[in-house]
Design a protein around this ligand. Structure first.
Ligand code: ADP
Length: 395
């Protein structure tokens, strides 16, 4: 069965085609800079890679171009759009409506649209991807998998903000959390690795966006992002936790408009704001050359993660493992080392040699006598979405 996974962003469309249940990737790629004359399609199969620049003004044109390459008699891998049995869509915000993968109906689309006010950068693009896919692959089942779904088990004590109750009941202002698909995928792999269903795990997803989840016996019980993906850890361009009064100060005293403040905190802060660099590889290089801002930014980043580890170990009342994942978590030895330093009171002891290995598989990097395991688990959100969509359709 061929399953196409789509992840539509505001100006991009990522895709992967799987043969399930074998989990073989038949094709993967991305269309970037949608809306511009110089958009780029990257398309990769066993037969080779294609990269082409073209005017792609909307998601419909982007997906049509992808479909055209999938169907191409030389470079393609399917004969007809009917070969695609399921299209699985990553949808960022499922609000309080969706805690499971869901077959897309008119009602589901309406709800995703309603939730656009909670995820203005993501849900409209996700919905656009769904509408376009229905048009291009009319015979396929369309399934939505929500980033927030895995985090719907977080209890009220953790998801409710201490503001008047009607903001929760009438306006649904609460912690939702994001990256749920990744946290679910790596926590299940961790449980398998530990061979222990009853477990206390902290998953640490460090990519451009960064978040952490406290997971007890396979269920999420707390999470570092909140009402939006701006909260929590220091990220590539997002500030993470700040005192909300800073926003009033920016507006009232420094003359920032709300739009400018939004841009400042989401796009110009985090590691970029601290160092002038967004990519952690550049920051590491500069830190190694003695750049003080980069050294401090790395320390601040690790310090924030440590604080969350401490608080999650407390709410879990123990700790079996911490799990590093995503671009930085999987690849950045220095960040893992800074995070794990001086956490021996929690039974966390990093094995420096294992941490420095370049293995790309699931692995433990703790010392033999470490009470808590330290795991590195490559995430695979697309595969997780493919598995969830197939399970839904089978059942
Ligand atoms: P996204 O959130 O866009 O999916 P990724 O999970 O791909 O992001 O992570 C992207 C980030 O991972 C990059 O910004 C980069 O900082 C970091 N990264 C990737 N490889 C390395 C590496 N070898 N060392 C340090 N950081 C890395």
């Amino acid at each position: 069965m061929q399953v196409l996974i789509l992840n539509s962003g505001s100006s991009s469309l990522k895709f992967q085609l799987f043969s399930m249940p074998k989990e073989t990737i038949l094709c993967s790629g991305v269309v970037e800079r949608i809306g511009f004359n110089d958009a780029i399609l990257r398309f990769k199969t066993d037969k080779g890679s294609i990269e082409l620049e073209s005017k792609i003004l909307n998601h419909k044109t982007a997906l049509k171009l992808v479909a055209q390459h999938l169907l191409d008699k030389d470079t393609g891998i399917i004969k007809s759009p009917k070969d695609i049995a399921i299209v699985g869509h990553r949808v960022v915000h499922g609000g309080i409506f969706f805690s499971k993968p869901t077959l897309i109906t008119e009602d589901v689309k309406e709800k995703i649209k309603t939730l656009a006010s909670l995820a203005p950068l993501h849900n409209p693009a996700n919905l656009e991807g769904i509408i376009v896919a229905e048009d291009i692959f009319p015979k396929a089942k369309q399934v939505a998998v929500f980033d927030t779904a895995f985090l719907q088990t977080i209890p009220e004590v953790a998801y409710k903000y201490a503001i008047p109750n009607e903001f929760l009941t009438e306006h649904h202002i609460r912690l939702y959390g994001f990256h749920g698909t990744s946290h679910k995928y790596v926590s299940e792999k961790a449980i398998e690795f530990l061979g222990k269903e009853e477990s206390k795990i902290i998953t640490i997803h460090l990519g451009n966006g960064c978040s952490m989840t406290a997971i007890k016996n396979g269920k999420s019980i707390d999470h570092s992002m909140g009402f939006s993906p701006l909260d929590g850890l220091i990220m590539g361009t997002r500030s993470g936790d700040i005192d909300p009064s800073i926003i009033f100060h920016l507006k009232d005293k420094l003359g920032y408009s709300l739009k400018e403040t939004n841009t400042l905190l989401n796009k110009k802060s985090g590691m970029l704001g601290l160092t002038g660099y967004n990519d952690l590889r550049d920051i590491e290089t500069m830190a190694a050359r003695g750049n003080k801002e980069c050294i401090l930014a790395l320390q601040m980043n690790a310090y924030r993660i440590k604080k969350y580890i401490g608080s999650y170990a407390a709410v879990l009342n123990g700790l079996d493992a911490i799990v590093f994942t995503a671009g930085i978590g999987e690849n950045c030895k220095l960040m893992r080392q800074l995070v794990c330093e001086n956490l021996d009171f929690l039974g966390i002891h990093l094995d420096v040699e294992k941490n420095n290995s370049d293995l790309r598989t699931i692995r433990a990097i703790n010392k033999e006598d470490s009470k808590a395991r330290i795991l590195v688990i490559p995430t695979n959100e697309e595969l997780e979405i493919a598995k969830q969509t197939v399970n839904l359709i089978k059942n």
